[in-house]
Ligand binder design. Structure first.
Ligand code: F6P
Length: 546
């Protein structure tokens, strides 16, 4: 075990940062005409450009040196060899086995997990084929037209993001819906559009104890039965996806209608497991397997490529540089692809639930920052909302731009316009606009004297604002698989360097416990003994009005 801030590599980075306070990316591009090729990496179908960051070769070497001092190579091997690296839950972290398309043995405690993985993939394929072909019928003999995934967090965000992202690859045989929020509005508004005779519910919950999911699932079952179906019809309309067979039985779903996965699949890393059933139903199993293949390509790159050319590693190290040495607090994700509109929300859970930790693997409090605040919106919409702050605000927010060379909807000039905006924004953030350039532009508009002077300062952009650009040839299932796996591994590397456990989530427990204490009070079943006057006052205010 080590203390990160005591490592020689850390101290060197602190000194390096001090020595390069005034470095501007304009200067870096002027001094090195080959900067783009020196600071970009490729995989088939993907270009990762990180040249628009305030880093030099020395910065990258120092970051790589730090990564080695943290034992990153060994930590990557530990994950891929099925070690129980999720120490607080004593579990392996093995989502990579779910997309191991090479099918080489992948063992946990000496037991190859691939036969079980393949068995479930086979079960998913048979089920999807039956539902999509119309062979699986609803209780009145009509084919299924709508699938409703009931789940939350990792049992919702990954599948719903992927279904949206790959909508052009779906055919018309099935519509996919996602209900996550315990606010009844989510379920009620979804059900308004649906017919119980042709609706299939997927109750997706790793634990099958999550309050929101079980509440929604019970209400969906009631809606189904109230429409005239009988208990014995439930089997045709409800399937469960879980690791908890007992709880599935207790809910009343036949284990025959259950798709399993394993405790070595973290919730936010589970879209590759049977939790991805909604994706497979919506797109077809072949497409789902293409998604797995793309992730596998990224896994193999991450596992085998030396650190200096390893895309997730470089991306993670840039994040460490930004968080710990440049002291930027947040990270904006900007997909210039409307189909990826749920990607920032998905990534919020993947990143913030993983690396929002402040205790090291050995139980000590960290004395450095960990996970960044992750947020974002698709371009170009974001440009007309929060980009003002990105360009001229007092806070610097590193950006990840994501786009594809080819559009799924090649309509007129839309795509060249979209791409020109991505490239313009990252260039503007990097270059900025100097006082002299601002003055010249204003003069060009015919301004002079006081009118000109009063505007100059408003037109200055400091620039030097970092970004990565991820370009794909096209957002296919394979490339989406690569994109998601890239971020998963980036998160892993950052957790490895921060020496925290990215695979537990104790921080969500306290709120759940307190909600269970407050609920009976809101239902008027107990008075409770809450010690703080604010919560008491808020409960009383609601009770008086309910
Ligand atoms: O928010 C906490 C959490 O445990 C997430 O990690 C998980 O993805 C989500 O709840 C849903 O959990 P489950 O799949 O067990 O219902």
């Amino acid at each position: 075990m080590y203390s990160l801030t005591q490592l020689p590599g850390w101290e060197k980075l602190v000194a390096h940062r001090q020595q390069n306070q005034s470095l501007h990316m304009r200067q870096l591009f002027q001094e090195d005409s080959q900067r783009f090729s020196g600071y970009s990496l490729r995989l088939p179908g993907l270009l990762f450009d990180y040249s628009k960051n305030i880093v030099t070769r020395e910065t990258m070497d120092l970051l790589l040196h730090l990564a080695r001092q943290c034992g990153l190579d060994e930590k990557i091997s530990s994950m891929f060899s099925g070690k129980r690296i999720n120490v607080t839950e004593k579990r392996a972290v093995y989502h990579v086995a779910l997309r191991n398309r090479s099918n080489r043995p992948m063992c946990v405690d000496g037991v190859d997990q691939m036969p079980a993985v393949n068995l479930v993939l086979g079960q998913m394929r048979r089920f999807c084929d039956r539902v999509r072909s119309g062979d699986w019928k609803g209780y009145t003999g009509r084919r299924i037209t709508d699938v409703v995934n009931i789940g939350i967090g990792g049992s919702d965000l990954g599948p719903s993001m992927a279904c949206e992202a790959l909508r052009p690859f779906a055919d018309t045989c099935l519509r996919a819906h996602f209900v996550s929020n315990v606010d009844a509005t989510h379920l009620v508004e979804t059900l308004k559009k649906l017919d119980p005779e042709t609706t299939l519910f997927l109750v997706a919950s790793k634990t099958f104890t999550t309050q929101e999911t079980l509440t929604n699932a019970h209400s969906a079952r009631r809606w189904f039965l109230e429409a005239g179906a009988s208990e014995s019809d439930i089997a045709r309309h409800f399937v469960a996806i879980s690791t908890n067979e007992q709880a599935v039985k207790a809910f009343g779903i036949d284990p025959e209608n259950m798709f399993v996965f394993w405790d070595w699949v973290g919730g936010r890393y589970s879209l590759w497991s049977s939790i991805g059933l909604s994706i497979a139903l919506y797109l077809g199993m072949d497409r789902f397997e293409e998604l797995l293949e793309g992730a596998h390509v990224m896994d193999e790159h991450f596992r085998t490529e030396p650190l200096a050319g390893n895309i997730p590693v470089i991306m993670a190290l840039l994040g460490i540089w930004h968080t710990n040495f440049m002291e930027y607090a947040s990270q904006v994700i900007l997909p210039y692809d409307q189909y990826l509109h749920r990607f920032p929300a998905y990534l919020q859970q993947a990143d913030m639930e993983s690396n929002g930790k402040s205790v090291t693997m050995d139980g000590n409090r960290v004395d450095y920052h960990t996970g960044a605040l992750v947020w974002g919106e698709p371009g170009t919409n974001g440009q007309h909302a929060f980009f003002q702050l990105l360009h001229q605000g007092t806070r610097i927010v590193p950006a990840d731009f994501i786009a594809s060379a080819r559009s799924q909807n090649p309509l007129g000039d839309h795509h060249p316009i979209l791409l020109s905006n991505v490239l313009a924004q990252s260039r503007a953030l990097m270059m900025g606009c100097t006082r002299q350039e601002a003055r010249l532009a204003l003069e060009g508009q015919g301004l002079e004297g006081e009118a000109l002077e009063s505007m100059v300062e408003h037109k200055v952009f400091e620039g030097n604002r970092p970004s990565n650009t991820l370009l794909f040839e096209e957002m296919t299932p394979r490339n989406l698989g690569m994109l998601i796996a890239l971020y998963e591994h980036k998160i892993f590397v950052q957790g490895a360097i921060w020496n925290i456990n990215p695979f537990d989530q104790w921080g969500v427990e306290l709120g759940k416990k307190l909600a269970s204490e407050i609920l009976p009070q809101l239902k008027g079943q107990s008075k409770g003994a809450l010690s703080d006057s604010s919560t008491r006052g808020l409960i009383d205010w609601c009770m008086e009005r309910r």
